[in-house]
Design a protein around this ligand. Structure first.
Ligand code: ZN
Length: 107
């Protein structure tokens, strides 16, 4: 079996409705807000860029969360991760990246 490199494109079907289209003809609609941080990470969003107190102390690595739950370390709420991810995704419509696991294709 050979793993094919699948490319995925970020599109929006409506304001606030993200659709990911793969170059193998498949696509999916992002239904859950809590999926936005993971999706944004795939397209290059860095969760560590978001800090509660940017001027205070060393930045939190948010090691205990992927953005779909509150950070257990600095307590940054999940809503802020989601909003940051949403802003990133809206600014990156049309981006194309290598798929990291949404579409696993073998032949
Ligand atoms: Zn944190």
């Amino acid at each position: 079996m050979t793993k094919k490199a699948v490319k995925i494109e970020l599109t929006m079907a409506q304001p606030d409705l993200f659709v990911v289209i793969a170059n193998n003809g498949k696509s999916f609609v992002v239904q859950q807000e809590t999926d936005l941080p993971g999706l944004a990470s795939t397209f290059g969003w860095d969760i560590r860029a978001l800090q509660k107190n940017a001027r205070m102390g060393p930045p939190c690595r948010h090691g205990g969360t992927d953005g779909s739950i509150d950070c257990p370390v600095c307590k940054l709420p999940v809503e802020e991760f989601i909003e940051s991810a949403r802003q990133f995704l809206m600014a990156h419509q049309g981006s194309i990246v290598s798929d990291l696991g949404y579409f696993d294709e073998t032949d």
